[in-house]
Write a protein that binds this ligand. Sequence first.
Ligand code: IMP
Ligand code: MG
Length: 204
Amino acid sequence: MAHTMLTTPSYKKQQIPALMTESANKPALECLLTRQQIQQRVSELGMEISRDFAGQTVVLVGVLKGAATFVADLARAITVDCTFDFLAVSSYGMAMHSNSVRLIKDVDQPVEDRNIILVEDILDTGRTLCCLKNVLLARQPATLKIAALLDKPERRLCQIQADYVGFTIPNRFVVGYGMDFAERYRNLPDICLMPEDASTDVWE
Ligand code: IMP
Ligand code: MG
């Protein structure tokens, strides 16, 4: 499957498991990408990275917490020698809008002279990855690539592109497969759309 551009009419309605709905009067989340579609695409990205870095070693640097699930699956889809590390930046908090980017946890291992792949769940405005790219480039890695499972190009404010993109999606807020809304829904195996009128108190 090639890198897929998703459009709104192709969304497939799917009830989320009873465990996640908690009560009958909460709206079910609409599924954007099923676990099967995600696994298929992640294994393709793993093969692409393995081809690009044949005979070399790569370090996956995941951005906590959203990219942790993607890192875990991507690492297992990569066949070349691969280690992983994590960093963390200030998050959205309880809202859907990005704050300024602040590094709150650095990587544990040195970056210099290594093949770094910065792994993100979503490339949205681009502020996070622009900032992290500059931070890591200053440490002189051998190569620096970016892998983003999802890309929302409509919202871009900084000039940045990922080298490996899972899916290009429309400008909607999504949850699941590591991604949250007010820290919830990270454990959904599928990627789902938040209702456009969702507010945090509706979900408490
Ligand atoms: P950017 O700096 O605007 O590109 O933001 C990227 C970060 O915002 C991602 O790592 C996510 O943590 C978060 N984010 C952006 N869009 C979504 C979304 O639709 N769902 C969940 N988190 C999102
Ligand atoms: Mg994130």
